[in-house]
Design a protein around this ligand. Structure first.
Ligand SMILES: Nc1ncnc2c1ncn2[C@@H]1O[C@H](COP(=O)(O)OP(=O)(O)O)[C@@H](O)[C@H]1O
Ligand SMILES: [Mg+2]
Length: 234
């Protein structure tokens, strides 16, 4: 298993009068090379689960393991290194740097300005159908184009896992489908985990994890996938 979550609880504001149980006793195993959706209403704990998997939220109790490494036991430098090498992130807001060109934005995670790196960035932009925008600034692009730039930036380090949080929320339906198609194609190389409250973008998901009030209520395996061989387990 690529990820294993055991007895995970995430409580915000521990020690204060009001505590929020964002995640309650989560047990989950995830296998690679799939598109996995995390679905639930606003406030149900989707982002908390996603960032717990990425090691960006520290469990209040329980463990999250990636490749048999317990994320909360890694040193800060090791976990930073892991995220830089193995993980790619795409957010609802694209967080592109507006004074930099599209090409330079794509290169930011790898801190490499060599010709080889630039060629790789251009090749990614080409694959996403936006290489003609390489020298534009983010504000000159449409919302869908900006999100594609954010995807290219997430893919520049050839991540083994892509984390997406409400990445289609600010896109029209056509752009949203296009973005999801690109990520679905990338599952031949990586595990793609996408958080959303919009079921319509998860048509191609291999598994859908339903979450409600911090609890995983069900996991749907899509047609054609043998439940006994499921890559997602409670
Ligand atoms: N930094 C925080 N401090 C306190 N409570 C938080 C914080 N982040 C999220 N929460 C609460 O935790 C619960 C789950 O939030 P979240 O994981 O963001 O849900 P979702 O992504 O499904 O909207 C919500 O009740 C939310 O208000
Ligand atoms: Mg959220």
């Amino acid at each position: 298993m690529l990820f294993k979550i055991e007895n995970l609880n995430l409580i915000y504001d521990i020690g204060k009068e009001v505590q929020t149980y964002a995640l309650r006793n989560i047990n989950l195993s995830l296998e690679g090379n799939r598109l996995i959706g995390i679905m639930g209403p606003s406030g149900s704990g989707k982002s908390s689960l996603l960032y717990s998997l990425a090691g960006l939220k520290i469990p209040s109790s329980g463990t999250v393991s990636y490749k048999n490494m317990k994320l909360n036991e890694l040193s800060v430098s090791k976990s930073t290194e892991l995220r830089r090498k193995d993980f790619g992130f795409i957010f609802q807001r694209h967080f592109l740097i507006d004074y930099m060109t599209v090409l330079d934005n794509v290169l930011t995670p790898i801190n490499d300005n060599s010709t080889k790196a630039k060629e790789k960035a251009v090749a990614l932009l080409k694959k996403l159908g936006i290489e003609h925008l390489a020298n534009k600034k983010p504000h000159q692009l449409s919302g869908g184009q900006r999100q594609k730039v954010a995807i290219a930036r997430a893919l520049i380090n050839d991540p083994k896992v892509i984390f997406g949080d409400e990445i289609t929320a600010s896109l029209d339906h056509a752009s949203a489908r296009e973005v999801m198609k690109i990520l679905d194609e990338y599952t031949s190389n990586a595990l793609v985990i996408v958080v959303t409250h919009d079921a319509s973008i998860l048509e191609n998901a291999d598994d859908i994890i339903n979450i409600w009030d911090g609890v995983i209520t069900s996991i749907e395996n899509k047609e054609g996938k043998d439940n006994n061989e499921s890559a997602v387990d409670l």
